[in-house]
Design a protein around this ligand. Structure first.
Ligand code: HSE
Length: 435
């Protein structure tokens, strides 16, 4: 039997999961790959307490793995974009195939990495970079290869989803839930990446590059996190039949592709509304299949390792064939296609949830609705809450029909200028996801 030698760099949460699964399911995995897959070198600054590497060569310098002439596939699981980038580039230049779970690295440096890989005739596979254990890259690249993708919408940051789910179901405070997410190991080393939408934007950039054959472009993605969300909006949304989720949305329109990451109201009847806790899900609407939903664990040791191993198996199956025949060959080949244009955020059209505090005097509400009417914004629902005892203002909630971002902003600034309105208008986008 052929032997494919694997070098794992980074023995943290995911690295130890890969090591352990390859040990536990080694026979099964090797029979599926039609070759013996053996981890023969580990590069890690420190050992993992649950990982027995006694029978494997261990180097404290990860670059020793990239230099090891016997290694066929380098598995980069150290994270970040500095050492990881150098390691991946060295591995490629030394003729190694690379498997990585590093979304930031692929989203920010993918073009350079794929170009180097193509030139050297090796592949870089990154299934684990998006939605952890859900094989969403393979879904887009292989399963839906015959479809035009109309849109995709994903809950692709488990930490944000965990926080929103706890806020909605247990009325917990944001900071308290974030602390728990960090303790459970869901959050990134820098948790602002999770709660400010950066992690989701990295993943969306990767999904869009495959779905719409466009270059990886993190700079132009509109990004909003969940830090500004107020518990009352979670409650008001629920009263109106919606759940607030942090979504990454990529949509093909006649004007180009929209790419955006933001909190979004979704109808409670939408399958994505039922995706709770740290779970991820990606809904895809494509021309031949229609709607499909892919759901599962988006983080954690073995779920993420599951995707890493799928890539190792993919590469091991075909390692002796030319790269152009590989299912996982990717990225730079997209340059041959005309990249679609990105739609500027002010031209994006969605429904909106608006909340503002208004003095409860005759005519005040009609002044606000007149502004919406004059901006051609149709109201889907409107609720005025009862004035709490001792309060000077009442909360008014409006759900609009679809409207362009720029027009909504214009109406919002006019409403904020009304003498009866106090403070800013809370504005959250709303997607029905039904077509
Ligand atoms: N911090 C990420 C999340 C881990 O919360 O989804 C997986 O990428």
């Amino acid at each position: 039997m052929r032997v494919v030698q694997i070098g794992i760099c980074g023995l943290g949460t995911v690295g130890s999961g890969v090591y352990e699964i390859l040990k536990r399911n080694g026979g099964l995995i090797s029979s599926r790959a039609n070759c013996a897959i053996e981890v023969t070198h580990v590069g890690a600054r420190r050992d993992h307490p649950n990982c027995d590497t006694q029978s494997t060569r261990v180097s404290r310098d990860v670059f020793d793995v990239a230099k090891d002439p016997d290694i066929d596939i380098v598995v980069e699981l150290i994270g970040g974009t500095s050492v990881a980038f150098d390691l991946v580039m060295m591995s490629i230049n030394n003729g190694k195939h690379v498997v990585t779970a590093n979304k930031a690295l692929i989203a920010e440096n993918g073009a350079e990495i794929f170009a180097a890989a193509a030139q050297r005739g090796v592949t870089v596979a990154y299934e684990a970079a998006v939605a952890g254990g859900i094989p969403i890259i393979k879904v887009l690249r292989e399963g839906l290869a015959g479809n035009q993708i109309n849109w995709l919408a994903g809950i692709i940051n488990g930490t944000s989803n965990f926080i929103l789910s706890e806020m909605a179901s247990k009325q917990r405070e944001f900071a308290d839930v974030l602390k728990e997410a960090q303790e459970k190991g869901y959050a990134e080393a820098d948790p602002t990446f999770d709660i400010e939408g950066v992690d989701a934007a990295h993943k969306l950039a990767i999904l869009a590059s495959i779905a719409f054959a466009m270059p990886l472009n993190i700079e132009d993605i509109y990004m909003e996190g969940i830090t500004q969300l107020q518990p009352c909006d979670v409650t008001y949304a629920a009263d109106l039949g919606y759940v607030i989720k942090h979504l990454g949305v990529a949509r093909q329109t006649t004007e180009g592709v929209e790419l955006r990451v933001h909190p979004t109201l979704v109808p409670v009847s939408c399958l994505l509304a039922g995706v709770n806790d740290v779970l991820n899900a990606v809904m895809i609407h494509s021309d031949a299949l229609g709607s499909s939903l892919f759901y599962g664990r988006g983080a954690g040791s073995e779920p993420t390792a599951s995707s890493v191993i799928a890539d190792i198996v993919d590469i091991s199956r075909v390692i002796d064939n030319p790269p152009s025949t590989w299912v996982s060959a990717l990225g730079c080949q997209l340059e041959a296609l005309d990249a679609p244009k990105m739609v500027p955020m002010e031209c994006v059209e969605t429904c909106f949830y608006l909340r503002f505090a208004m003095r409860d005097t005759p005519g005040a509400l009609s002044d606000a609705t007149k502004i919406l009417a004059e901006t051609s914004i149709s109201i889907e629902a409107i609720v005025q809450k009862e004035q709490p005892a001792g309060a000077d203002f009442v909360d008014v909630i409006v759900v609009t029909d679809r409207v362009r971002e720029a027009e909504c902003k214009q109406a919002v600034s006019q409403i904020e200028a009304l003498s009866t309105v106090h403070g800013s208008v809370v504005t959250i986008r709303l997607e029905r996801l039904d077509d």
